[in-house]
Design a protein around this ligand. Sequence first.
Ligand code: CP
Length: 312
Amino acid sequence: MADFSLRHLLTLDGLPRVTLEHLLQRAAIWRHTALHGPFDATPLRGRTVVNLFFEPSTRTRSSFELAASRLGATVLNFDMASSSTRKGETLADTLYTLEAMGVTLFVVRHAADGAVAALAEVCAPTSSLINAGDGRSAHPTQGLLDMLTIRQHKGDDFSRLKIAIVGDVRHSRVARSDLHALRTLGCGEIRLAAPPALLPDAAISAGCRICATADEALDGADVVMTLRLQRERMEEGLVASLEAYFRDWGITPERLRLARPDAIVMHPGPMNRGVEIADAVADGPQSVIRAQVSNGVAVRMAVLEALAGNGQ
Ligand code: CP
């Protein structure tokens, strides 16, 4: 039998298709249990998972906590605001401190690009790290849950799909992880649409169709992904006004009518309603935004399970 165990999950870039498909398959199996129980699975019994978040989170942190506890782990939620990082302790020393307490599974979010990969270089051989979002670089579990959500609604054959990603692609780690996964799964056409200042570098958008307008991107699309304006990672002045942004790039019911009638609308959250998406779309019949959140627990169970073999 193939061995799909992983040491770390830092990025989807370069993750073999067979591994990605395996994680999606395991997540699909966990999906019902993840939400409805029985909560008696034990692959992580006796293990401690720490949520080491240096940036705010609702979805990722909560779903990792649920996923780990549903797999039998003890979960430690690190509180940055009251931690010794406020007294100058480094990220690496924080890791060593938690390793000394017997923690072996680390879920890490950090504002700096490459911060989680740097920790993976210095951690103990028994430790495994999951990147829960670093800077604008990667958010691999979000990429996986997005792929699971697309599969649920559109089937396994991505070569038939036209997927429009609209919004602040330049600053989005979600977009980067989605692009890696969509390419690996053989997506038929990936369209990127954003004001020029919010488009990514050519290396990121390679192979994608760049659309000058949101309308062009949505025309006949099967999947519409919209992204939050990442104002915390943005230099001043990239967006003239939120009203103008919504007018030109927001996903409204009128604009959504350009997509296929059975198109789904995705957003990784948190949403800025009235900026990148209208209420009527976010809460409308084509929205799968809450399904994305539900899938997050199952995907994180699958990833934790794949890492469970290390550190035993
Ligand atoms: N999508 C996502 O990462 O959401 P949170 O910031 O709430 O975790």
